[in-house]
Structure formats: C-alpha cells, structure tokens
Design a binder for this molecule. Structure first.
Ligand code: MEV
Length: 425
C-alpha cells in the first residue's frame, strides 16, 4: 500500500511488477500494457486497410480513484504531460469527500433514417407511428443475440425537419438498447433491415440510415463533493480555492470560447480512457460537444457549486457511447488488458468510470488555472519532451529539462544549444 501511494516514484518495470504482484494483471496482460507484446502487425492488418505499422502512445495509470466505493486503477493513453498526474491528484482530493458517485442511464442508442420525397409529412408521420410494431419487429430480427441478452429495439420516434436547405422532410429514430456494445453496427444493421418497410409505409425515399452520435439517451453522470479543508494549499484557503473554481466554471458556463477549452480539459481525461480501452473516441467527442450545445448555445459539460456545508460540489453529465464487446476492445490486447485492470464488467460501469475521470480532470485544470496557473507544473513536464525533441540521449533528458526550466527558456533551440555545450565540454 505504501508502494501504491508512491506509484509515480517507481520505475517503469517496478510499476508493472507491482501490478503483477497484487494480481491486477497476468504476465501476458502486463506484456500487452508494457509494449513488449500488444497489437501485432498481423492483428493490425485485419483491423484497417493499407496497414504499414502500429502507433504507440504512453499508457499511464491514474491512481486513487474511488468510484461508487470501489478502487479503480485508471489506464490512460495520452501524449500530453500532466494529465495522468492531475487525474491522480484530484482523485486523491475527491476521496476526502468519499470519492466519486457515478451512474448511467440504459445503453440506448439512436439510429436515424432520413425520409425524403414525402407528399404529406403529417400523414406519412402518422402512418409510420401506426406501423411502429412492424418496424420494431424488423429491427429485432437484425440481431437475435442482442435480444437474448435483454437488449434490442425499444421505440420508434418520428421527427419533422422543417427548416433545411432542401425543404422539409421526415426523420425516423430507432431507439435501441445495445447492452455492452458501443452499438454502431447493431443500429446500422437494424436500420438497413427496416428501409423498404419505411419507404412502403411513408411513401417516401429513405436516404441516410445511420447511427446518431448525439447519444443523449445514453448518458453517464459523476459527482464529487470535496470538503473545503481538503482544498487548501500554499497560501490559498480552502474557501478561496472553492470560490475560485466556481468562478472559473462560471466563465465556461457563460462563454463558448472558454467552454470549448474547459470541455477539452474534461476530454483529456475522457478520451485517454476511451482510447486505452479500445473505444471510438471520435464518437465520444462528437457526442460530448453536441450535448454541450443541446440548449442552443455551447456551454460547459460540468457544473461546480457550493454545497450546504460549504463543500465544493462538482457534477459532470455527458453521453458515453462506449462498449466492452465488438469494436477493438476485445481484439486489441492492450485494450483488453486495460479493461481487465479496471475490473469493469459492463459498458455501463466503464461509462461511469470514464465520466468520473473527466470530472477529476476538469477539477485539476480549474484548480490550477484559478490559483497558481498551469504553466509551472506543465512546463516542467513539457521541458522533457522538448529535450527529447532536441535529440537528448535518455540520461540527459531530465538534466537538460531542468536547466531549461531554471532558465525559463523551454524551447527546442535552447535544448540543442545546451546539448552542444555539454557535448563540447
Ligand atoms: C489543456 O490540455 C487543458 C486545459 O486548457 C483545460 C482548461 O483550460 O480547463 C488546461
């Protein structure tokens, strides 16, 4: 446990050895995470087209996450320094208030069929509503396995799009419970199976048949509540830190320019876990930003406020279309090792973990920005990447970075100069 608290101080090999020791990973899973094994060229060649290689990213483990009372090590695949450290630190702060409480709605995804060339939109809409049973039964036959698992089509909704560049048309929504899948394939197959019936019933022409990434029926929520005493640091009182965080959040709530950056900070945490678990981060990104604009103007995905006891309360709610079956999660050995490490067994649990990480990441950014600024901590880590970019050999990366930080000149040209000076000494 002492080692766990100092996980960041261990070497790469010691960290993996410790995860093996506590039984979190098998030898194969540890090898997949470490890069010693992982996705083979042959596996990659089956995943996409024209494969010439695989692309590695650092995979870190954020520590201290307590989610719904359960300890969860968080695998994060990300190239940006500070993100994993900030998530771990904020998870530690959140523990002072019992960690994160998370929940998720049913895994219902929406598929859309665009119906054009309809003479009377209202009459066609009514006919489609009356034909819902037939349409749902066609959608059901597309995936018998999903039905056995308790999922499948749930409802048909008809929408009229009146303001469009090509004039009015109808849209059919198929709502489907996709269980532990992300759901794109299940939905798209079901939509295609319904097409001719939709055309017959509506009298129109079905053009697009595709999943919507605005997964606003598949939403995950996380909440944390941090006592002010836990927020105090350096010369900042806990009350001061709390109020500054709320003021910083208010900026994002009111201004889309700030909201984009604020939400990007949330997505630093979200995407890193989505990616580490082999999920489609573009789908999650698209859903997040569309959800942030659902009220007609783009705003913050999170909310920060002062609780009844003066504590800082944070909440994050966003669509979370992630799965554990299908997609790359099972195929990619590193992704399956990451899922195993987290100990999640349903897509819903995974979604709850991810949204908790997003909330922690948001807290880390707001706390730093609203107090001492992010550059101090960030630049020290960034300097290491600059030293590597300048060609520093491994043993010189840390000292070159340190010198640049001391000189407050963190640039590749300065790193090159330092390396030159050292080489000619
Ligand atoms: C940087 O990757 C993320 C931040 O800009 C987020 C924010 O401003 O809230 C620090």
């Amino acid at each position: 446990m002492d080692k766990e608290n100092k996980f960041y101080q261990l070497t790469f090999a010691e960290r993996l050895a410790w995860l093996r020791e506590i039984g979190a990973l098998s030898a194969d899973e540890a090898a997949a995470l470490s890069g010693a094994a992982g996705l083979t060229p042959a596996q990659a060649d089956h995943m996409i087209e024209n494969v010439v290689g695989t692309f590695a990213l650092p995979l870190g483990i954020a520590q201290h996450f307590l989610i719904n009372g359960k300890e969860v090590p968080i695998p994060m695949a990300i190239e940006e320094p500070s993100v994993v450290a900030a998530a771990s630190f904020m998870a530690k702060l959140a523990r002072a208030g019992g960690g994160f409480t998370a929940s998720a709605t049913a895994p219902e995804m929406i598929g859309q069929i665009q119906i054009l060339d309809v003479d009377d939109l209202n009459a066609a809409a009514e006919r489609l509503k009356s034909g819902a049973d037939e349409l749902l039964s066609l959608a059901s036959s597309a995936d018998p396995v999903l039905l056995k698992l308790g999922g499948g089509p749930r409802k048909i909704q008809i929408r009229k799009i009146t303001a469009s560049p090509i004039g009015p048309f109808l849209v059919l929504h198929l709502v489907m419970d996709v269980c532990d899948a992300m759901g794109a394939n299940a939905i798209n197959t079901a939509l295609e199976g319904m097409t001719s019936a939709v055309e017959r019933i509506s009298g129109g022409r079905a053009l697009l048949r595709i999943l919507s990434n605005l997964a606003d029926r598949r939403v995950a929520k996380a909440r944390c509540s941090i006592p002010v005493e836990a927020l105090a640091f350096n010369d900042f009182s806990g009350e001061d830190v709390r109020d500054r965080i709320i003021e910083a959040w208010a900026f994002a709530a009111a201004d889309p320019y700030r909201a984009a950056t604020h939400n990007k900070g949330i997505m630093n945490g979200v995407d890193a876990v989505v990616l580490a678990t082999g999920n489609d981060w573009r789908a999650v990104e698209a859903g997040a930003h569309a959800y942030a604009a659902r009220g007609g103007h783009y705003t913050s995905l999170s909310m920060w406020s002062k609780g009844a006891q003066g504590e800082l309360v944070g909440e994050l709610e966003m669509p979370m279309a992630v799965g554990l079956v299908g997609g790359a999660t099972r195929v990619h050995p590193t992704a399956s090792a990451a899922v195993k490490l987290m100990g999640v067994s349903t897509a819903s649990e995974l979604a709850q973990v991810i949204v908790s990480v997003g909330l922690a990441q948001n807290l880390g950014a707001l706390r730093a920005l609203a107090t001492e600024g992010i550059q101090r901590g960030h630049m020290a880590l960034h300097a290491r990447q600059v030293a590597i970019a300048a060609g520093a050999p491994e043993e010189w990366v840390a000292p070159v970075a340190e010198q640049m930080v001391n000189e407050k000149q963190i640039r590749v040209d300065r790193a090159v100069e330092i390396l030159e000076e050292w080489r000619t000494r």
